[in-house]
Design a protein around this ligand. Sequence first.
Ligand SMILES: CC(C)(COP(=O)(O)OP(=O)(O)OC[C@H]1O[C@@H](n2cnc3c(N)ncnc32)[C@H](O)[C@@H]1OP(=O)(O)O)[C@@H](O)C(=O)NCCC(=O)NCCS
Length: 174
Amino acid sequence: MTSVARWQARLPPPVLRFIDRLLDRLAVSMARRSAGIMGAELLKHHIVFGHEDRLHLAPTAVVNNATFNTVSGEIHVGDWVMIAHGVHLVTGVHDITKLGAQRQVTAPFNDRDIVVEEGAWLATNVTVLGPCRIGKHSVVAAGSLVRADVPPYTVVAGVPARQVALVPRPEIDA
Ligand SMILES: CC(C)(COP(=O)(O)OP(=O)(O)OC[C@H]1O[C@@H](n2cnc3c(N)ncnc32)[C@H](O)[C@@H]1OP(=O)(O)O)[C@@H](O)C(=O)NCCC(=O)NCCS
């Protein structure tokens, strides 16, 4: 019998049960805390699929756990852009006329750039397929799929995204 077991054997059962419950709670709270920290950290980190040097992020852009696919083009993200959780910016595409292994390996290297202009906001779970340009200060509603250019100061929503509103322009830009 180990010394801990000997020590435990001397304790009355209610005290043992109390210690057991305490240890359970401690374990649960530690597990929750570390899961919370890990989750929060993961939600702040984006992923680049393709060449990292094809992603150009302005220093003032806020980017959560987005995926940037740079397989078939460059991605430019301007100043003050907000990219929410679960956003995918995808330049890569496959040739639908090819089949099997050929479809897997045929992806263009260029011509599908994505540009997100200054101040645009891509809300949660937006997907953007290149080539396209999202105009400055525009808003893409949560869950939308963008497959075409979005003009500046425009709110788009839906799959595929369509204009649903306008963002008021400051006089200087009217
Ligand atoms: C499927 C796909 C390849 C089709 O591209 P395409 O042949 O250029 O499609 P088209 O421009 O001919 O679109 C045909 C119609 O389908 C619609 N459409 C295409 N993709 C759509 C989608 N994902 N969701 C809803 N509608 C879609 C288009 O709006 C269009 O409708 P419309 O004529 O009423 O405007 C492309 O839309 C796509 O989903 N690419 C995925 C890229 C990707 O995930 N890459 C990762 C690499 S593994």
